[in-house]
Ligand binder design. Structure first.
Ligand SMILES: [Zn+2]
Length: 128
């Protein structure tokens, strides 16, 4: 079976919201918390938090961007493409194959491989 005919449809089956939650879990394992005081955000603020919109902590009155300062800050790639790429890294695919299977540039794939290795080798960065 030709892997090239299977992998692109796999990407289309991934849920952007599930992949977004996975990404947030990597860098914010404690869930929606304030990065300054670690207060768990009110559930009414979770949608803004997981939407990576400016969020507000009603305890310390600080505004923050949830993914600011993490590997996902200013990321232009969809979360489902990132998660697919991470799977392909872990399955042993080389960068050249990943570039062929996605619309990602060589620089993006190289950058994300370094980010992924760094995330896996170090303690997960906590938002708090
Ligand atoms: Zn706070």
């Amino acid at each position: 079976m030709d892997n090239y005919s299977v992998i692109p449809s796999l990407e289309s089956l991934l849920s952007e919201s599930a992949c977004r939650r996975f990404a947030f879990g990597l860098v914010c394992p404690g869930g929606p918390r304030c990065p300054r005081c670690s207060t768990i955000l009110d559930p009414r603020r979770h949608e803004r938090f997981y939407g990576n919109q400016v969020s507000f902590c009603s305890h310390c009155l600080r505004k923050f961007v949830p993914l600011g300062g993490t590997v996902f800050s200013s990321c232009k790639i969809s979360f489902r493409v990132i998660v697919l790429m991470l799977y392909l890294f872990d399955l042993g695919y080389r960068n050249a194959r990943i570039i062929e299977m996605t619309d990602l540039s060589k620089d993006s794939v190289q950058k994300w491989r370094r980010k992924w290795l760094s995330l896996k080798q170090t303690e997960m960065v906590d938002c708090g």
